[in-house]
Design a protein around this ligand. Structure first.
Ligand code: PAF
Length: 285
């Protein structure tokens, strides 16, 4: 496995590789990330992972400084997963001082769900991912469905700016209790984790209702909210949204159709958890 710590080093190593599946990450890798590498391997002969905690996608009060950076463990995981090339740039490699500001925006996709709650976040994600695509030059890029709004936005980025690559959406990996895997789960105490499980419970209930024929988004949202709001009152939560949207436009819908998705964001203590699920009406199964 080659570890490149600068853009020139990376470009040199990349030149000797063929078809590449790319998994951009912020490190603190877990089985969910490795599953993206596995999916990528089904599409391309070689794989690259970037590890970069991107400052431009964190708000001033978010956890940029606290974000876990277990770099040696991450490299060992990449090695054991058979990754060919790791890109490990420093902040000044990607953001040299004195470069003029740049901002990519998709107003209709940024103004919903996490967008208003995390101002600047998706612009920062688009900025770093566009740069990484240009540096890495992959044929395929793998993103988890867990960050569904991010996946929809980056799919729009590739379409709109004609990046010559295919986005590969990868299913969310869950722990046996149902919690979607996330690097931030390590912040949760055991009681907080138990409280956070209401998220996957609510999503699976919505999915089951749709499978049984329910089409009303209002009924689904009400059901999810009920499940999310019951639970140990000693654990503080902040339910930010429980929404039913079109999976491509991310706009709220009234009735379930193909490409419908339920999404939830909830803070448990100080940890913000997000999760989502496809809502597939019986006729399209
Ligand atoms: O999903 C993430 O880990 C990040 O948002 C990404 C795509 C690596 C960009 O920094």
């Amino acid at each position: 496995m080659i570890v490149a710590r600068s853009i020139p080093e990376f470009r040199k190593a990349r030149a000797s590789l063929g078809d590449l599946a790319f998994v951009p990450t912020m490190g603190a890798l877990h089985a969910g990330h490795l599953s993206l590498v596995d999916v990528g391997r089904r599409h391309a002969t070689q794989s690259a992972v970037s590890i970069f905690v991107n400052p431009t996608q964190f708000g001033p009060h978010e956890d940029f400084h606290k974000y876990p950076r277990p770099i040696e463990a991450d490299l060992a995981m990449c090695e054991s997963a058979g990754v060919d090339l790791v890109f490990l740039p420093g902040v000044e490699d990607l953001y040299p001082p004195n470069e003029p500001a740049i901002r990519i925006e998709f107003p209709s996709l940024f103004s919903v769900l996490d967008g208003p709650r995390r101002p600047g976040h998706f612009a920062g994600v688009c900025q770093v991912v566009a740069k990484l695509f240009n540096i890495v030059q992959p044929q395929f890029a793998c993103f988890g469905e867990k960050d569904f709004q991010q996946l929809a936005i980056l799919s729009a980025l590739v379409r709109s700016l004609d990046f010559p690559l295919t986005i590969v959406p990868c299913p969310t990996l869950r722990d046996p209790d149902g919690l979607a895997m996330s690097s931030r789960n390590r912040y949760l105490s055991a009681p907080q984790r138990a409280r956070g499980l209401s998220i996957s419970r609510a999503l699976f209930s919505a999915q089951n209702l749709v499978a049984q024929g329910e089409r009303s988004a209002e009924v689904l949202v009400r059901t999810m909210r009920q499940i999310l709001l019951e639970g140990d009152p000693a654990i503080p939560i902040d339910l930010q949204y429980a929404a039913v949207v079109n999976a491509v436009t991310l706009q709220s819908i009234d009735a379930i159709a193909t490409e419908s998705r339920a999404l939830i964001a909830m803070k448990v203590g100080e940890t913000r958890l997000i999760d989502n699920i496809a809502l597939i009406p019986p006729a399209s199964r």
